[in-house]
Design a protein around this ligand. Structure first.
Ligand SMILES: [Zn+2]
Length: 148
């Protein structure tokens, strides 16, 4: 005899897509279980009627919450406040950079001095970036140097 139906088999059969292996006709235990489940399903469907006044009351409470949101003005305006804060921060951050940049009416030598200091700054940054390596790399690097 084939093995008994699983919960999934019963569930699928309830919706008409269960296994068509003829097991229900051959096995009295599974047939009884299937009929018990069908009876329970019908019983549940009958008693699960929701009273209309409950639904009306539920709808009224949903409408009340939609019309009167729980959160205050701070929650509603927080995206706008965030965007404003970002714009202010950007302006504040950009202000010192604009002071350092040479203006068009300044002498050329002064502008060249500014450009030179920028070049020095970038050279120092490049040097720092190329010299830096994490401490954990040193033992691995030593392995490769030893093999050379
Ligand atoms: Zn069975």
């Amino acid at each position: 005899m084939a093995k008994h139906w699983s919960d999934n088999d019963f569930l699928m059969a309830t919706y008409g897509v269960g296994p068509e292996d003829g097991h229900l006709e051959a096995c009295a235990a599974c047939r009884a279980e299937f009929e018990r489940r069908q009876h329970l399903r019908r019983q549940t469907a009958e008693t699960a009627q929701v009273p209309a006044d409950f639904l009306v009351e539920q709808r009224r409470r949903i409408d009340a919450r939609v019309e009167r949101p729980k959160h205050g003005w701070m929650f509603r305006w927080s995206p706008a406040l965030g965007a404003t804060a970002m714009a202010v921060a950007l302006v504040v951050w950009q202000a010192p950079l604009q002071k350092q940049a040479p203006a068009a009416d300044q002498p050329v030598a002064q502008a060249a001095a500014g450009a030179k200091s920028d070049a020095q700054l970038f050279a120092e940054i490049y040097q720092t970036a190329s010299d830096w390596e994490p401490e954990s790399v040193t033992p691995v690097k030593a392995l490769f140097e030893a093999k050379q």
